[in-house]
Design a protein around this ligand. Structure first.
Ligand code: SAM
Ligand code: SF4
Length: 348
């Protein structure tokens, strides 16, 4: 966070770059995830405490500033952009940002997508499709409406299903994300799998990560996916496949359903060696790693000058500090979060 405008002045102007951003470990940074708000209409127990304090609205970047920052990253080689949060679709006028960013699709940007809890999807699905959004991730941890209420605290299962249907009707492909939680959805995963694949959707399972205080003990929630895989192998035939979506998931194909199942295993298998991403918060802080505290303040660079060269140099400086990886551990000796911020701040 210690760049000065004097350092930024020597930057190459945006748009004249042809090379991607390369970090100190030789990884090309081509994927930007943007948490457009830290707010959410759910309070999932593994993600947030029920009485969360959110950022004052005045601290947020405007939608125009977010557009300028995202466009700067695209000019510097980012090819995939994911809007997330908090819940991205609760940010006021979010479709204004989506519409604006859609101008980059096919002009440097390969994909504009989002991760959502689905609660507001029914009313936005068609416009998202019209903006060129082809695939989205929807988080769904259970198919049981009562359990859904328990895990999300405030969510309504039927609304999410309505959102999923609307996105499907608009021609958007959906991948379901489910956090694997001990004693919660452990025994429901085969049903989730059959449901997703029956609807033509991929399913990705995620290990719970130690981010932010939630008022819950994560050792009680943590379910290693190695265990889930063994359990699934008793019912299904899992074939490892080289399919990748530019993320950390490792995929198998389920022979019985013909569908894909992804595993995101930050705890049992560290996926950092192929990390291609950085994460921007709604206040303009850039986190170069989900599991580390080091960050760069891009808001100051953004507001210091209308000349994007400042911004470009601040981004370069940040990328030069991208760490090798995270240090997540969950066991009885490590009950504290690895990082104090919640997943909703950095964007999961
Ligand atoms: N609200 C949107 C949603 O739920 O899809 C987007 C933001 S949410 C932070 C993104 C993803 O992170 C969700 O799939 C959620 O299940 C996951 N997530 C949240 N907290 C997590 C944690 N501590 N460990 C693992 N995954 C987490
Ligand atoms: Fe909200 Fe998503 Fe976190 Fe659930 S996981 S509380 S929906 S941000």
């Amino acid at each position: 966070m210690d760049q000065t405008p004097a350092d930024w002045r020597h930057a190459e102007p945006l748009g004249e770059r042809t090379n991607p951003m390369i970090d100190p470990f030789g990884r090309a940074v081509t994927y930007l995830r943007v948490s457009v708000t830290d707010r959410c209409d759910f309070r999932c127990t593994y993600c947030m405490a029920e009485n969360m304090t959110f950022l004052p609205k005045k601290d947020l970047l405007t939608l125009e500033e977010l557009d300028r920052l995202c466009s700067a990253f695209i000019a510097k080689g980012v090819r995939k952009l994911r809007l997330t949060g908090g819940e991205p679709l609760v940010r006021k006028n979010i479709m204004h940002l989506v519409r604006g960013l859609s101008r980059h699709i096919g002009q440097g940007l390969d994909e504009l997508t989002l991760t959502t809890n689905g609660s507001q999807l029914a009313r936005h699905a068609q416009e998202l499709a019209d903006c060129g959004v082809r695939r989205i991730n929807v988080s769904l941890d259970t198919l049981d409406p009562d359990k859904f209420k328990n895990i999300t605290r405030w969510g309504e299962f039927d609304k999410v299903m309505e959102g999923i249907r609307a996105a499907q009707a608009a021609g958007i492909r959906i991948k379901l994300n489910a956090v694997a939680l001990k004693d919660f959805n452990e025994h429901e995963i085969p049903d989730l799998l059959r449901f997703a694949h029956g609807e033509g959707m991929d399913l990705t399972l995620i290990e719970t990560m130690p981010m932010g205080e939630t008022g819950e003990d994560r050792t009680d929630q943590y379910l290693p996916l190695s265990k889930v895989r063994k359990m699934l192998e008793e019912q299904f035939t899992l074939d490892d496949i080289p399919y990748r979506t530019g993320g950390p998931a490792r995929y198998v194909e389920i022979r019985e359903t013909g569908g894909r199942l992804g595993f995101i295993t930050p705890l049992t298998h560290n996926f950092c060696e192929s990390c291609n991403r950085v994460r921007l918060t709604c206040t303009g802080t850039l986190y170069m790693c989900l599991g580390q505290d080091d960050a760069a303040d891009l808001r100051t660079a953004l507001r210091a000058s209308d000349d994007d060269a400042f911004l470009s140099a601040a981004i370069d400086e940040a990328i030069s500090r991208k760490p090798k990886g995270h240090d997540f551990i969950i066991d009885r000796a490590h009950r504290k979060p690895a990082v104090a911020r919640h997943m909703s701040v950095t964007g999961g």
